[in-house]
Design a protein around this ligand. Structure first.
Ligand code: ADP
Ligand code: MG
Length: 378
């Protein structure tokens, strides 16, 4: 694209991916999560281009760009365009000072790996344009409009966690977030001498979006059945273990399993929070293993690659716990590994994974990091 020559940005935005320590699929059930941003991120460079409505967006990873007219925003056939278009559409609905801009996108965040590159993409764009054009949106409004953009343009009926974690995180903390009230508590996290090691299965099964929406519908089905007797129940968040048991014979087995997982997973968020606060790292690890079992057997959003890596980690006393993280069907596993054992663990995991699946394992360390930041260049 022409603007790439001599491109001198006015504003640079760093938009991080996120991990979620515990609380998988609980966000869209209005429950609790414990995420944080990580050091891997998408960097946006922005410049106003003087046009009223014409924008140019280029992503270096794909070596691909496109031109957009703010007066003609509609869904695209090209997947990644929809994350951009969706955000612009939501910004245009809410504000009236957005004008033409040029933007480049550069990322070291693996896509489709459960680290929420989609939220990083949406939020970095919205955050940057809010700053560049003084749109006057709060951080929370940015989070919420990006979630809406993911629903309407990208087609994933995601909860609020990914966008919230990407924008709001603080270094050295995990966010205990109530996804209904959006009350949050920043929980200090210190794992020393353990590290958070991500193993990327590098599989991104195509089921991810469609099955995600199916799980959401199954949870809603559970709520509907329970509501017949308990009309005050708005989401699985409001359901107790006793209530769920009462309805077990009226739900099909699948819906029951999904609901039971969500109830247990919500409880695990508080157990992990308490264990972190009491520095009981072994307990944190044990709960992660328990969660993976639920992800795999009750919620059924794992896959053989993730199961393999979680099982493999159990060979190591120095690995306290592991589980698949993210929406499911591949992506990364999160492992809590003693710093002295990291090299050995990842080397052997890579050999075992290669011989089982013929795939080169990728790994990296992450640490709880700061949310989105913006910097003016002059
Ligand atoms: P995740 O959020 O777990 O990474 P998703 O499937 O939700 O997985 O989002 C991944 C999609 O986001 C990619 O397929 C692509 O469309 C878009 N995306 C992420 N990063 C970039 C990037 N740097 N440039 C363009 N598109 C990107
Ligand atoms: Mg995503």
């Amino acid at each position: 694209m022409q603007f790439l020559e001599h491109f001198e940005p006015e504003l640079v935005v760093a938009s991080p991916g996120r991990i979620n320590l515990i609380g998988e699929h609980t966000d869209y059930n209005m429950g609790f999560v414990l995420p944080t941003a990580i050091g891997k991120k998408i960097i946006f460079k922005f410049k106003r281009n003087g046009s009223d409505t014409i924008c140019n967006v280029y992503t270096l990873g794909y070596e691909e760009g496109f031109q957009i007219d703010l007066q003609q925003l509609a869904k695209s056939e090209i997947e990644w365009h929809n994350y951009i278009l969706g955000v612009l559409y939501e910004l245009m609905k809410r504000t009236d000072t957005l004008r033409g801009f040029d933007c480049t996108i550069e990322s070291n965040l693996p896509t489709g790996s459960g680290l929420s590159s989609s939220a990083a993409l949406e939020c970095g764009l919205a955050y940057g344009l809010n700053e560049l054009f003084g749109l006057g949106l709060s951080k929370l409004e940015i989070v919420q409009l990006c979630q809406t953009a993911e629903h309407t343009f990208a087609g994933t009926l995601c909860g609020i966690m990914d966008q919230y974690a990407s924008v709001m995180s603080k270094a050295g903390k995990v966010i205990l977030l109530d996804c209904r009230s959006l009350d949050r508590q920043m929980i200090p996290i210190s794992l020393h001498p353990y590290k958070i090691i991500m193993l990327n299965t590098k599989v991104s099964h195509s089921l991810a979006t469609s099955e995600y929406n199916v799980r959401k519908a199954e949870c809603e089905e559970g709520v509907r059945i329970i509501q017949e007797k308990y009309p005050e129940v708005q989401s699985l968040r409001d359901v107790t273990v006793e209530m769920l048991q009462e309805f077990s014979s009226q739900m099909n087995e699948t819906v029951y399993k999904r609901c039971a997982f969500i109830l247990e997973e919500n409880a695990r968020v508080f157990k992990v929070t308490r264990a972190l606060q009491n520095n009981q790292l072994k307990k944190v690890g044990a709960i992660l293993y328990e969660a993976h079992h639920g992800i795999s057997q009750q919620y059924e959003v794992s896959c053989s690659e993730s199961d393999f890596l979680v099982e493999f980690s159990k060979n190591y006393e120095q690995v306290l716990g592991a589980r698949q993280t993210g929406g499911g069907f591949g992506g990364c596993t999160l492992n809590i590994v003693h710093e002295d054992a990291v090299d050995d663990f990842v080397k052997n995991a890579a050999v075992a994974y290669k011989s089982a699946f013929e795939v080169d394992l990728e790994w990296f360390e992450v640490a709880p990091s700061e949310g989105t930041t913006a910097r003016w260049m002059k």
